[in-house]
Write a protein that binds this ligand. Structure first.
Ligand code: FES
Length: 110
């Protein structure tokens, strides 16, 4: 995903906003990302993705999702219709397909 792509489509919260929130607030639990403009508090679609972004932040990795914004939005629409999450998309988006080292750990601030 690109930084300006939206992770929470209900509240138009971009990946950049989530990254900045995590960096500045360093929330102790993933659920506190909801304080970033309400991310994850609408339809719930983005919650597993937000949890993944949080885990990456916690592990010192630049938060990212391996999914195009088009596929992400399309899969969300299907979720709204079926009420079932396409686990293959979640898995692919959160596991990534890049080579090791594509997303190197960020240096920790003291
Ligand atoms: S997409 Fe985030 S709550 Fe709906």
């Amino acid at each position: 995903m690109n930084p300006d792509d939206e992770v929470c489509l209900c509240f138009r919260v971009s990946l950049r906003k989530v990254r900045t929130f995590c960096k500045q607030q360093d929330p102790p639990v993933a659920s506190l990302i909801s304080e970033c403009l309400g991310a994850g508090t609408g339809c719930g679609w983005c919650v597993p993705f937000l949890k993944h972004l949080y885990a990456q932040h916690r592990d010192g990795v630049l938060p990212d999702l391996s999914v195009s914004p088009e596929e992400y939005a399309k899969t969300r629409l299907a979720y709204h219709v079926s009420k079932k999450r396409d686990e293959a998309v979640v898995r692919r988006a959160t596991e990534g397909e890049g080579a090791p080292g594509d997303n190197p750990p960020l240096p920790r601030e003291p």
